[in-house]
Design a protein around this ligand. Structure first.
Ligand code: 16G
Ligand code: ZN
Length: 533
């Protein structure tokens, strides 16, 4: 049974402030780092219980607020296969986090244990890590108290990237099975990725050095480590590496800055030369955006949609060259934020599905394809190979040397790609593999299709909960009448498209608009915002 005295003693050290209300949202719990102490303790307890629910399989906990400002922090749970926490448990997390007192918390726990039929005699294992935020260390200590309260075995993965933590969870839980994912250490991850990368680019001329904007975050360390393993197969030039300077994290740099401002980080002015490629990670290294300067020195962005197009086309070619085009179908998953140009390009070649914002929606939809390529425009994404597809790769007998080469490339891709979650480091290597194979420059990659000009606007409203959507967030059903007004506006613009959705991470409503020409895209966005306001 639960050791109520111990739980009470520890819970009393992490009391919940009565005026705060927490919500496990799209990105887990996320708010000011200074107010998360009680939440961390309770998440520790919940993670420990979830592990028992899975017969002692390891659950992951990542302490990060990703691309948010440095003073924010957050926490999310990782399920045994390295995926995001199952949706029903998001509610349990929210309930536990909001119990007003220690007694109420213990009562909630007892109900949960009973309703979910958690066998308390089972072992409990949790692996946890954090990004470089200054509030991280204290929050991890609170989390550890939560693990102690349930008697869970904790493994501290230290300061690491979100995707490495996901990798570790999967590697630990598959150790010694036929689905072994890799060695369960950061070193194992680096070895797995770099080995696959080297095989994939063997014989190709080395590409130009790549500028990597590390967002002054935990990507700094991951980039330095992978460089050791890559040797001279790929030269990385890290920038924005001040991971321990106060105030630097995500400040005027990083993937979110580049995507939302559609600008080069000021720190790279004069560094990035015309024709040269660069990329930006976000603060916890699970998103990546590429860019280059054209010959006139204009900044050009290659976002998640461009990555999806590049990678999907490459995989389709390999499947064909391996002689597997009748057995393996490649599909794409996007969200409403995908540029209309990308959707048009992709949908004329492959099945494309649109789902609601948030990685878990994309991930689950991608699992329905033999090979599912999913990317959010913001640069978060990966490729999933179904178990049947992996089996075909293992058993297929190629009948020509060309088929054999294609097949080997596909197998190496399954090793290069972090299939648990979007991963800036793994995605970067994937992009570099494709560019090396196609001998593409940034401009050639960019010319696969033309992005429609677009604008994203935030609107602060008194109550964002009145905004309800359907059709993968592309249409509003509430407030009544608003959607038809948006439609009336949108029709007046060539290639006009606009939608409104409540943010899942901030107290705002987001308006997205695109059109054939820049001034029209801007105008449409501001007029739709005017309707919402
Ligand atoms: C979170 C999501 C991201 C999504 C973003 C949307 C995960 C791991 N992250 O960062 O996928 O694009 O929220 O934020 O699911 P919004 O709802 O505020 O627009
Ligand atoms: Zn992130």
């Amino acid at each position: 049974s639960l050791s109520i005295d111990l739980i009470r003693k520890l819970a009393d050290r992490h009391p919940k402030a009565s005026h705060l209300r927490f919500q496990y949202g799209t990105a887990g719990f996320r708010t000011l780092g200074s107010i998360l102490d009680s939440v961390m303790f309770r998440v520790g307890v919940l993670a420990a219980l979830r592990s028992k629910r899975f017969d002692g399989k390891t659950i992951g906990v990542m302490v990060t607020a990703s691309h948010n400002p440095e003073h924010d922090n957050g926490v999310k749970l990782v399920d045994p296969r390295g995926e995001m926490l199952e949706a029903s448990w998001e509610n349990h997390a929210t309930v536990l986090a909001n119990a007003p007192t220690t007694d109420a918390f213990i009562e909630c726990l007892e109900i949960l244990v009973k309703n979910l039929r958690i066998d308390l005699s089972k072992p409990s294992r949790v692996v946890y890590g954090r990004d470089t935020r200054p509030t991280g260390a204290a929050l991890v200590a609170s989390l550890e108290d939560g693990l102690r309260a349930i008697g869970a075995e904790g493994r501290n993965a230290g300061i690491t990237t979100t995707p490495i933590l996901h990798y570790l969870v999967r590697a630990i839980n598959t150790k010694g099975t036929k689905d072994e994912y890799g060695e369960d250490s950061e070193e194992g991850y680096m070895k797995k990725l770099s080995t696959a990368f080297k095989k994939l680019v063997a014989g190709k001329p080395a590409s130009e050095p790549l500028i990597v904007d590390c967002a002054n975050g935990v990507g700094t360390q991951a980039v330095a480590e992978i460089s050791q393993y890559l040797g001279d197969t790929l030269q990385l030039l890290p920038y924005n590496t001040a991971a321990s300077s106060t105030g630097a994290l995500n400040n005027a740099c990083g993937a979110d800055f580049v995507k939302t401002t559609q600008k080069l980080p000021p720190s790279l002015h004069g560094v990035l030369k015309p024709g040269q490629r660069g990329c930006s990670f976000d603060g916890d290294a699970d998103r990546i955006i590429y860019f280059y300067l054209d010959e006139r020195g204009h900044f050009c962005m290659l976002d998640g949609d461009k990555i999806a197009a590049l990678v999907a086309a490459f995989i389709v070619e390999l499947v064909k060259s391996a002689g597997l085009e009748n057995k393996i179908k490649v599909g794409i998953v996007q969200t409403a934020y995908a540029n209309g140009g990308s959707t048009k390009y992709l949908a004329s070649r492959l099945p494309v599905k649109c789902v609601a914002t948030g990685v878990k929606h994309l991930h689950h939809a991608a699992e329905h394809y033999d090979v599912g390529v999913y990317f959010e425009a913001n640069g978060h994404g990966t490729v999933l190979f179904s178990p049947d597809t992996l089996h075909i790769f293992q058993t297929h007998q190629p009948s020509t040397p060309a088929q054999s080469t294609g097949l080997n490339h596909l197998i190496n891709l399954t090793q290069l790609i972090n299939q648990t979650v979007g991963d800036a480091l793994s995605d970067m290597l994937l992009v570099e593999v494709v560019l090396a194979h196609k001998s593409y420059s940034g401009a050639e990659w960019d010319s696969l299709y033309v992005d429609l000009p677009n604008r994203l606007v935030k609107v602060v409203v008194p109550d964002r909960s009145i905004f309800k959507t359907e059709d993968a967030e592309r249409r509003l059903v509430s407030p009544p009448g608003l959607q038809s007004k948006i439609d009336d506006l949108r029709r007046r613009y060539e290639a006009g498209r606009a939608f409104v959705r409540p943010s899942g991470t901030e107290d705002v409503v987001r308006v997205y608009a695109e059109a054939q020409f820049r001034p029209q895209a801007d105008e449409l966005a501001y007029r739709v915002a005017g309707l919402v306001y």
